[in-house]
Ligand binder design. Structure first.
Ligand code: FO1
Length: 309
């Protein structure tokens, strides 16, 4: 079994490569749900949906989230009233949130509803929310105070300085059914190229998960989300710096050393490979920018073979 810790867009791209080179029925994804948001009375799970839509070949290729070819009639209708439209919900995407919210209201667990949604999209891998409980990433913005993750990431376009991040509800959360077993049984655990602070950490923050990954360290390989000192998408580099880490592959290595025995870095950072290994994990240099499906597949192969070297 391959178990992948995943956030949003970067993880979804790696997964689309992994399923080309490894049987999807043998892949379990443990995904972040602390980006979830309640809006319009609906429960929205961006990372679960980004992974689902990407693997179904239905994701909007320009944004990496939401559905391709969307219409926005509902958002336009809400706009008429001056309602909440900064978080863009396409008409078909809304169908996912309507169904999820109805099922949760009927008492179904998020993991159960996620299984129904991924089955409806024909996914063969198993997508697990890290927990069925409510965990929400809260971001403290300098001079403004604490706001929700999507208010930071979308409404303020993550263009504001962050002084603290916390995962509200994490301490009281329990891993969803199958999560701890997925790490215990994994032949390979992969930390996808997601934001270490707001995508990977909230997964590890659920009690029992960090320990499960540390126990699997010899079977764990991470892919750096930082290439040449920058994030390919989103605020990972700025958040690393703002929270006192180096926004480089060495900073990532320092964070991941207790969790993974190999860090895959891009060729652009080859000169830093010995500095990465000085952090106590092996360094593998490979193309990590998944600009084409072929490159995502090649990175999938690299990751699966990383521990054999
Ligand atoms: N990201 C944006 O930058 N702007 C949006 O309006 C937006 C809407 C949205 C709706 C549904 C969904 O599943 C994701 C959406 N995202 C949007 C992306 C989302 O904020 C991020 O994918 C994650 O939360 C971070 O990985």
């Amino acid at each position: 079994m391959i178990t992948v810790i995943a956030g949003g867009v970067g993880a979804a791209r790696l997964l689309s490569g992994l399923v080309e080179v490894h049987d999807p029925a043998d892949i379990t994804v443990v995904a972040n749900i602390a980006d979830d948001i309640e809006l319009h009375g609906l429960h929205i799970s961006p990372d679960l949906d980004t992974i689902t839509y990407t693997l179904a070949g239905a994701v909007d290729p320009d944004t990496g989230w939401g559905l391709a070819g969307e219409t926005w009639a509902a958002m336009d209708a809400v706009e008429r009233y001056g309602g909440v439209t900064w978080f863009r919900l396409g008409d078909r995407d809304l169908g996912t949130h309507l169904y999820r919210t109805q099922r949760l209201g009927e008492g179904a667990a998020l993991s159960q509803v996620t299984a129904e949604i991924t089955a409806a999209w024909g996914l063969r891998l198993r997508l697990l929310p890290v927990t069925d409980d409510r965990v929400r990433t809260m971001v403290t913005v300098d001079g403004e105070g604490e706001i929700g993750f999507q208010e930071y990431f979308v409404q303020r376009r993550h263009a504001v300085p962050v002084t603290a991040v916390r995962f509200d509800g994490a301490d009281a959360a329990t891993p969803a059914p199958g999560v701890l077993e997925a790490f215990a049984r994994a032949d390979v655990v992969v930390i996808a190229p997601s934001n270490p602070i707001v995508s990977v950490d909230p997964v590890l923050a659920v009690p029992g998960v960090r320990a499960a990954v540390e126990t699997a360290r010899d079977r764990t390989v991470a892919v750096s989300p930082i290439v040449a000192g920058a994030a390919l998408k989103g605020p990972a580099d700025r958040l690393l710096r703002e929270l006192g880490h180096a926004a480089t592959v060495v900073g990532v290595a320092e964070l991941y050393a207790p969790l993974a025995s190999v860090l895959v870095i891009d060729e652009a950072d080859a000169a830093l490979s010995s500095a990465v290994e000085a952090e106590g994990l092996r360094c593998l240099v490979a193309p990590t920018v998944m600009s084409t499906p072929e490159r995502a597949g090649a990175l999938g192969t690299t990751v699966l073979e990383a521990l054999r070297r």
